[in-house]
Ligand binder design. Structure first.
Ligand SMILES: Nc1ncnc2c1ncn2[C@@H]1O[C@H](COP(=O)(O)OP(=O)(O)OP(=O)(O)O)[C@@H](O)[C@H]1O
Ligand SMILES: [Mg+2]
Length: 345
């Protein structure tokens, strides 16, 4: 068994709008990179993938383009997604892989068949022997350690860069779910719009994300009031010159109101659609938050106030989906029987 396992290192992939993670059986998460590819437009040559490429967003000269091939949780640019997956998967396969791996890829629950096939094709092109697709909320729930196989309702809310997947799971299946095209990217956009509207200040995507991570919040407690201001540098839309403005946490909270409320409403609707027995289970066990957006300060408190149900942020929100695909890789045979994973032959 040992040798066979060594030869047969299967992998799980969280192909996210913001980040792509690779989980290698027996090794854990080996790749965590932003889903960004930098290419030279003149030659079509790939210059960088992941972190290095992300650094280039908004900073490239004319002929170089830093591209995020996934948008709103789906593949917007197939060729670049394929290049990125190939690069990230092959960098984790390395020479220790003697056989081509089986690959499980986590995709948002709202993807169409065409998008699903595009993901499969990309994984085959990256060197997979067999490809299985697992819906992200199920992967996130498995990765968060929820009892997905039991006849008990669990609720998972996965807030990623492009999408928020909200699902009620019981007996290994998704009972009711919704996939909102709202997530961290929309929050960044809201901060950009806020700065433009209120201060005539034009800021970039990366700056907006940094501000959100630093002082963003969804619900203010007394201490948050004292978090202080953060200085944001951008361009004055009136004079065209660089300008610095100080923003407070309260201002950023106001800026984030729209996307945050879309998430709260999505959770409410999903709770309303859950069968009563499962609602009773969820009241007992609580709502579990995962994805990078789960780290937004006070979001757990706000959701709990708005629903009256306790909210738990999972232990490692940025890695739950990858972990879930990785755990599932170990049980491919069982998953096939249960019909969780679809395989293309
Ligand atoms: N501390 C933080 N506070 C708020 N947002 C955060 C924090 N840390 C990361 N994020 C946001 O989380 C998002 C990335 O989360 P994640 O890696 O789960 O997304 P993804 O899986 O790539 O996207 P998707 O699931 O939509 O395809 C980014 O928008 C990032 O700005
Ligand atoms: Mg995700």
């Amino acid at each position: 068994m040992g040798l066979f396992n060594f030869l047969n290192r299967d992998i799980g992939v969280d192909l996210g709008t913001a980040n792509t993670l690779v989980f290698v059986k027996g090794k854990g998460v080996t790749v965590r990179e932003p889903s960004v590819v930098a290419i030279d437009e003149n030659t079509g040559q790939v210059l960088a993938v992941g972190n290095k490429a992300k650094m280039m967003i908004g900073r490239t000269p004319g002929n170089i383009k830093a591209i995020r091939p996934l948008k709103d949780g789906v593949i917007a640019d197939f060729d670049i997604t394929q290049t990125m997956l190939k690069h990230l998967i092959s960098s984790s396969i390395s020479s220790s892989f003697l056989l081509r791996p089986r690959v499980i890829v986590g995709v948002p629950s709202g993807v169409t068949d065409v998008e699903r096939r595009a993901v499969e094709e990309a994984a085959y092109a990256a060197g997979a022997k067999e490809v299985y697709i697992l819906e992200e909320p199920m992967a996130a729930a498995i990765g968060s350690g929820l009892p997905v196989d039991e006849p008990r309702g669990s609720m998972i809310v996965d807030i990623g860069g492009g999408t928020t997947d909200i699902a009620v799971i019981s007996l290994g299946g998704i009972v009711t779910s919704v996939s909102l095209r709202v997530g961290g990217d929309k929050m960044d956009e809201s901060i950009i719009q806020y700065a433009k509207r209120n201060f005539n200040l034009l800021i970039g995507e990366r700056t907006a994300e940094e501000v959100k991570i630093k002082i963003g919040c969804a619900y203010m407690t007394r201490e948050d009031n004292e978090l202080g201001n953060v200085e944001i540098k951008g361009r004055d839309l009136m004079t065209g010159l660089p300008k610095t403005i100080a923003f407070s946490t309260r201002e950023i909270m106001n800026a984030l109101e729209e996307p945050v409320h879309a998430i709260v409403n999505g959770v409410r609707t999903t709770l309303e659609n859950a069968p009563p027995e499962l609602s009773a289970d969820i009241i007992e066990s609580g709502i579990v938050l995962t994805g990078g957006g789960a780290l937004l300060k006070g979001l757990d408190i706000l959701l709990s106030e708005e629903t009256g149900i306790k909210v738990i942020v999972s232990e490692n929100p940025l890695e739950c989906v990858a972990l879930g695909t990785g755990i599932s890789v170990e049980h491919i045979e069982k998953m096939k029987k249960k019909g969780y994973a679809n395989k293309k032959y």
